[in-house]
Design a protein around this ligand. Structure first.
Ligand code: CDP
Ligand code: CDP
Length: 226
């Protein structure tokens, strides 16, 4: 029996991708892969090793050498970098500030894309990121492009940071940082954040998490029957 479909979810920061992707994966007994966490882990490794942020070759070497693993946790997916847990450290503002520049380095993207394709090879996977439907899994039968207003996305991240006890800036500053990252991600030369021509756009601004999960589940079921 087939293990299931490849489901690609892309969109800007804090649109709800990972929250929804995790729940959809659970519902269908699929694997979940957070590709943003992979770029964040590379960024953390580069920062921890004190590597010059302009040295693309050294940064690419780090991307090739580090080992990134995921393990299911009670409430969130746990992320490990060379065997050490970095679930929370990859969410630090210093990582958020630098991740888009590091994710724009072609050799870093090449390495991550290869790793992501291997993870998704057998299907039965929900993968979220920026370029999954366009570059990583262009043949995925289900592609969702998830959006929400910048204000709503900043509000969600603000509430989430507070709840997790993560040091946060003001709501206005958070919105500016998110918009800046969206701009960098959408305008980079390689694999920019864009909607794949065959992706379904889902605006979650006024939707609850359950409503978004239900909407995507319906789409998957329709494809599973084909
Ligand atoms: O969770 P949040 O929306 O803040 O971002 P993320 O999904 O953790 O991704 C962090 C950053 O990694 C993004 O802003 C992109 O610069 C980069 N990224 C990417 O370039 N390609 C992906 N497939 C996923 C993330
Ligand atoms: O992965 P991405 O950056 O796109 O977003 P996320 O980390 O899944 O969602 C950011 C925050 O928005 C989380 O705290 C979610 O609980 C919340 N959220 C929401 O309030 N309503 C939705 N429809 C989706 C997410």
């Amino acid at each position: 029996m087939s293990k299931g479909l490849q489901v690609a979810i892309d969109g800007p920061a804090s649109a709800g991708k990972s929250t929804v992707a995790k729940l959809v994966a659970k519902r269908f007994n699929y694997i979940y892969c957070d590709t943003g966490a992979m770029y964040r882990a590379v960024t953390l490794a580069v920062l921890n090793q004190g590597i010059d942020l302009n040295d693309d070759a050294k940064i690419a070497e780090v991307a090739r050498q580090i080992k990134i693993n995921f393990k299911p946790g009670e409430t969130e997916q746990r992320v490990f970098l060379n065997g050490q847990e970095v679930t929370h450290d990859i969410r630090l503002p210093k990582v958020a500030r630098n991740v888009s520049a590091i994710a724009a380095i072609p050799a870093v993207r090449e390495e991550m894309t290869q790793q992501q394709r291997k993870i998704a090879a057998d299907g039965g996977i929900v993968m979220d990121g920026r370029d999954i439907g366009t570059t990583v899994l262009p043949d995925a039968p289900v592609k969702i492009f998830m959006v929400a207003s910048a204000h709503e996305r900043a509000r969600r991240r603000y509430v989430e940071n507070k709840a997790k006890g993560i040091n946060t800036t003001s709501l206005e500053e958070l919105q500016q940082a998110i918009e800046l990252r969206d701009k960098k991600d959408s305008t980079r030369k390689i694999s920019p954040l864009t909607q794949a021509h065959d992706a379904i756009k889902l605006d979650t601004t006024n939707l609850t998490i359950d409503e978004v999960v239900d909407a995507i589940s319906k789409i998957i079921k329709k494809h599973e029957m084909n």
